[in-house]
Design a protein around this ligand. Structure first.
Ligand SMILES: [Zn+2]
Ligand SMILES: [Zn+2]
Length: 325
């Protein structure tokens, strides 16, 4: 039953005027949900990370647990990212950085990096990366001496950013905007990518945000985080209400989608709270609750799902592992 449900969800391929403009269907704008999870170490939802491939450039938004392994499952040369871009510094969004930074420096078929690790993020990112370099100094020093590795390529090129245009090259524009993840959790950023008349918005972690709505009006693809918990859990201890209050719930997410009218809305960073005894809310329930406020195109994200954005279509496809021969 469960697999049937997923099959139904995943075959929801959204087409807008599919017969039109075949020639304009360039496969040059793609989003891959590298990991759709949150802090719990789930095997079916790795840590939050979203890849945006556009016009030959590759940006990774956040590097949660296992981001490097998940990218390599799709043979993405993770050593050659145009930039890692952070939404905020909560641990679930950054614990994958040392792996990505240092493994991308090693010899191997991963698109080995020969320049410093490029990273942009909100205030605090430079400190974090400085301390990280100290934490891994033994490894870097040892490999530079022993394996004659480039010290420069083990370095970090960090740029702290705030709301506004953070990247504008070769027709690719990235705009950061403030989101609302809670009073004591600042700064937090969402990102809008614009290229060739097409657009993608990545929400990052946020509650219902009017500012996000303003930046996501008529976007082609809106990748939004989501949170939900059973009523019994919220009544079991006050902490669960506090945690859930940092995230948007399905009915409000539906209101965001209804206001922004994306050609496709996709859920990621699925906060489905549980204390072990009271079960998490299912993906089906999250979608059903969203449907009370929004009737348009919507997909529950899955790890390594790929979404291509062309002028004619915005199409989500699940990852299918190649069978070993
Ligand atoms: Zn998070
Ligand atoms: Zn967070």
């Amino acid at each position: 039953m469960k697999s049937l449900f997923w099959a139904l969800v995943l075959t929801l391929l959204v087409s807008v005027n599919p017969l039109a403009a075949k020639a304009e269907d360039k496969p040059d704008f793609e989003v891959i949900l590298v990991g759709t999870g949150t802090p719990p170490p789930l095997m079916h939802r790795f840590g939050p990370a979203t890849l945006v491939r556009v016009a030959g450039k590759t940006f990774l938004i956040d590097a949660g647990r296992g981001a490097t392994q998940m990218m390599w499952r799709k043979k993405i040369p993770f050593g050659k990212l145009t930039s890692l871009i952070l939404t905020h510094l909560h641990s679930d969004h950054v614990v994958g950085i040392p792996d990505l930074w240092l493994t991308g420096w090693l010899r191997g078929p991963y698109g080995r990096r020969d320049t410093p690790f490029p990273i942009m993020g909100p205030k605090g990112t430079a400190d974090m990366m400085g301390f990280m370099q100290k934490a891994y100094a033994w490894d870097v020093n040892t490999r530079v001496e022993d394996q004659k590795m480039s010290r420069e390529a083990a370095g970090v090129a960090v740029k702290e950013i705030a709301a506004g245009v953070i990247y504008d090259e070769d027709g690719v524009k990235i705009t950061a905007f403030d989101t609302d993840h809670g009073e004591l959790i600042k700064p937090t950023l969402g990102y809008r990518f614009d290229y060739d008349g097409r657009s993608v918005v990545i929400s990052g972690d946020t509650k219902y945000s009017e500012n996000l709505i303003a930046h996501a009006k008529d976007v082609d693809l809106l990748v939004h985080s989501i949170g939900a918990a059973k009523k019994e859990l919220l009544e079991a201890a006050p902490i669960w209400k506090l945690i859930l209050a940092h995230h948007i719930e399905p009915e409000d997410a539906g209101r965001v989608f209804a206001a922004t009218k994306p050609r496709l809305a996709v859920y990621t960073h699925v906060v489905a709270l549980t204390n072990g005894k009271i079960k998490p809310v299912s993906a089906k329930t999250i979608l059903e609750r969203t449907r009370t406020t929004y009737k348009g195109p919507l997909v529950m994200g899955q790890d390594l799902m790929s979404i291509t954005i062309t002028k004619a279509t915005v199409k989500a496809e699940p990852f299918v592992a190649k069978k070993k021969k």
